[in-house]
Design a protein around this ligand. Structure first.
Ligand code: MGD
Ligand code: MGD
Ligand code: MO
Length: 688
């Protein structure tokens, strides 16, 4: 009997080994790291997800969230079939329909709208649910261009900062992260890298073992602040002032790199004049840092070489976010740290990938100039009676949770006359407001091309399992819609491989012999890095790094980064950055991850807690003219007086009063780039 049992176990083990397939994939979520994955499949089921060890940058380690990706794919909240709404909007009363009926309904409703309204009363709404190049932006753009729908300005993430960096350098190209393992002074500025860019934190740790010093500049004493050797706890949105204050000290101490400035930059004399206004006294008051701290930071930054600044998104989600980023990004030029391949700075490296967007998106299909809607102002757009949006098609995004001014967005989605289509993987808070819900594949069920905004590896991942239920990828759905509309151009017949070929149809990829065929064989290819991106020329009009840039006059009325600290007429400023275990609102339905995050809470300084009679763990109401949100109080020195930090985007039902954090966030636009200013939100508080 025992022998039989042992034999059976051995046999089962062998059978298991034989039937488990290891496949290559890439994490599709909106994160700088774009990790290469190894996925184990048995009987068309994903049984295990781990990191692919051969990837130069992600090296086989993945974050806790990605381990839980199976809980997205096999969630009981997964949308598996098309549905139509049969009850009240937002109520989750839906009836299953066929794909044929779903497409027919959409086409009929849109054709009816087109009879009575302009074509730009139909609005596409998407962001980065998948970072896959093709399912993110290709057939969808073709379709909406041909339809002459409204154009969406995709500004929710990093527009202010990208514009700020561009004013100095012209393009989103920075340091090769691999070299930062040998930097000697690393500043994490407004980035919680331990949470949001894990592999950069790993590289920094290696640099520390090689003798580097790590700095964090943030408004919350968070994971990265604790990881750093020194933490500079500053007042929100005072970063530009701090950067110019650092420049002031460096110039006064004669520690700037005259030679580098002379050969590689323009506008330094005017910049030098400007920074005179940012003397330590003023800067100390506005940033909340002492003069000693300012001095130490400036001197160390200028003298410990090579120094590297990782510029985050936190500091640019502010009304003055563009100028903050411009000012910070000039510091490496001031001290000449671009002369070292381990120096410089990195805001985004997305500029490395010469994807042929014109071929993918076909802007030539637009024959008029439809109106543009800024996605940050979605609530306003949906409640504007003068020029109404009559239909919205949401994919790759969850606006009922992620967009600012939630109650206005919700009011829009509640409109009975707004025809709402949501293409989703899950029954998200947005799907609940749809008239038609379409089931989306997850990245493991479709093919795509992947790039990164941190490293320079391009990859192609085939599907590793067949689509669940009747789910379909974005590309296929837009081809079906184009066909149903009778759009006859050949480009609507392209499949995902055709699209991948077109994406790679650029002079650069040809010169480097990078093709889909090669990617299918090799899975991923590292592009050529520019070791010294700014020592010969920059990507600006002058081909120099611009301390002064006349283009800023059109954007903001001045040609230099005149930074000012922020004043909001409220007792508190609310900062709501991402937490560790969710990726924006993705993964936030998974109980095991929610447990790791405690609950929707708000950090409050102990002095403020006394003032408002708040105890740890009590309920506190945070409110402004847009609404109110009840959170658990966490009394902590991690935040300064007058600053509140509420981490994470939970699904609406997880908030005590069913009002998500974005109820309170501002839908105003940044100084330059018309970007989101989530963190420049003024609020009041009271004990519940
Ligand atoms: N785990 C996890 N990783 C993520 C995400 C996620 O949701 N979860 N989201 C992904 C996405 S879409 C993005 S854009 C990135 C964002 O990742 P990051 O670039 O790290 O940006 P944030 O997390 O928004 O903010 C970073 C830090 O800025 C701080 N901050 C806020 N205001 C200021 C300020 O005025 N000055 C300074 N110095 N600091 C300030 C916040 O407290 C926060 O600690 O992360 C990506 N990675
Ligand atoms: N308060 C506050 N709000 C914020 C932020 C913050 O820090 N604080 N961060 C902001 C930032 S930086 C960003 S980038 C945005 C992110 O906003 P979103 O891009 O909306 O991010 P997610 O919440 O991840 O929602 C993506 C949705 O796309 C779906 N999806 C995934 N893959 C596919 C696919 O292949 N096809 C289709 N059709 N759907 C798919 C997912 O299921 C998910 O529901 O949020 C912003 N909102
Ligand atoms: Mo983002």
């Amino acid at each position: 009997m025992a022998f039989y049992y042992i034999q059976k176990v051995v046999f089962l083990k062998i059978e298991n080994i034989i039937s488990i397939m290891k496949c290559f994939s890439v994490c599709p979520h909106d994160c700088p790291d774009a990790c290469a994955l190894e996925v184990e499949i048995k009987d068309n089921m994903v049984v295990k997800i781990s990191g692919n060890k051969d990837h130069v940058f992600t090296q086989g380690s993945i974050c806790n969230k990605t381990y839980f990706y199976r809980d997205v794919i096999y969630s009981d909240k997964r949308v598996l079939y098309p549905y139509k709404r049969v009850g009240k909007k937002g109520s989750l009363s839906f009836e299953r329909i066929s794909w044929q009926e779903a497409i027919k309904t959409i086409v009929e409703r849109w054709q009816n709208i087109l009879k009575h309204y302009q074509s730009d009363s139909i609005l596409p709404y998407s962001y980065a649910g998948t970072e896959g190049v093709l399912n993110n932006a290709s057939m969808d753009r073709r379709f909406f261009n041909k339809l002459q729908s409204a154009q969406l300005l995709r500004t929710i993430c990093s527009k202010a900062g990208s514009k700020g960096f561009e004013l100095a350098y012209g393009k989103a190209i920075g340091t090769n992260p691999i070299y930062t393992q040998n930097s000697k002074f690393i500043i994490f500025w407004g980035i919680n890298a331990m949470v949001t860019n894990l592999h950069q934190a790993i590289f920094a740790q290696r640099a520390r073992l090689n003798g580097a010093k790590i700095i964090s500049i943030d408004v919350e004493k968070n994971e990265t602040a604790n990881f750093a050797d020194e933490f500079y706890h500053i007042m929100p949105a005072s970063d530009g002032v701090l950067a110019l204050g650092i420049a002031n000290i460096i110039i006064n101490e004669n520690l700037y790199d005259k030679e580098f400035i002379e050969s590689n930059t323009v506008g330094f004399d005017k910049f030098k004049e400007l920074v005179k206004k940012y003397a330590p006294d003023t800067v100390s008051k506005q940033t909340g840092l002492s003069k000693q701290q300012l001095n130490k930071l400036a001197i160390e930054y200028a003298t410990i070489k090579p120094s590297f600044i990782r510029i985050g998104n936190g500091l640019q989600h502010h009304l003055n976010g563009g100028f903050n980023t411009w000012a910070i990004s000039l510091l490496p030029a001031l001290v000449g740290s671009w002369k070292y391949k381990e120096g410089g700075s990195l805001k985004s490296n997305s500029g490395y990938f010469p994807i042929n967007k014109t071929l993918l998106e076909r802007p030539d299909l637009l024959n008029k100039k439809p109106r543009s809607i800024n996605m940050v102002e979605l609530g306003k757009a949906l409640t504007d009676n003068k020029n109404p949006i009559k239909s919205i098609y949401v994919y790759n995004s969850n606006p009922l949770v992620v967009a600012p001014n939630h109650n206005l967005v919700k009011k829009g989605f509640e409109r009975e006359d707004l025809f709402v289509v949501v293409h989703e993987r899950l029954w998200s808070d947005t799907a609940k407001y749809a008239d038609i819900v379409l089931p989306s594949t997850t990245s493991f069920e479709h093919e795509d091309l992947y790039i990164s905004y941190w490293h320079n590896v391009i990859a192609f991942a085939n599907r590793v399992i067949e689509p669940l239920g009747q789910s379909k990828p974005n590309i296929e759905v837009f081809s079906m819609l184009a066909q149903a509309f009778g759009f006859s151009q050949d480009c609507f017949k392209d499949n995902v491989y055709d699209l991948a070929d077109q994406a790679l149809d650029s002079e650069y990829f040809k010169r480097h012999n990078i093709s889909l065929n090669r990617l299918l064989k090799e899975k991923f290819i590292e592009l050529e890095y520019i070791d010294f991106p700014y020592t010969d020329s920059a990507y600006t009009k002058t081909e120099k790094i611009q301390f002064e840039n006349p283009d800023a006059i059109n954007l903001a009325g001045v040609s230099l980064p005149h930074c000012t600290a922020l004043t909001l007429n409220y007792p508190f400023i609310l900062i709501s950055p991402p937490n560790k275990h969710f990726l924006n609102s993705t993964f936030a339905h998974i109980n095991k991850l929610k447990e790791k995050e405690y609950a929707p809470y708000v950090k409050i300084n102990p002095k403020d807690a006394i003032k408002y009679d708040l105890k740890d763990n009590c309920n506190v109401e945070i409110f402004n003219e847009q609404g109110s949100c009840i959170l658990k109080a966490m009394i902590s020195d991690d935040v300064k007086e007058g600053v509140l930090v509420a981490r994470g985007l939970y699904w609406v039902d997880d908030y005590i009063n069913k009002q998500p954090i974005n109820t309170l966030t501002s839908d105003k636009l940044s100084d330059i780039g018309n970007g989101a200013v989530f963190f420049s939100s003024g609020v009041n508080i009271k004990k519940v």
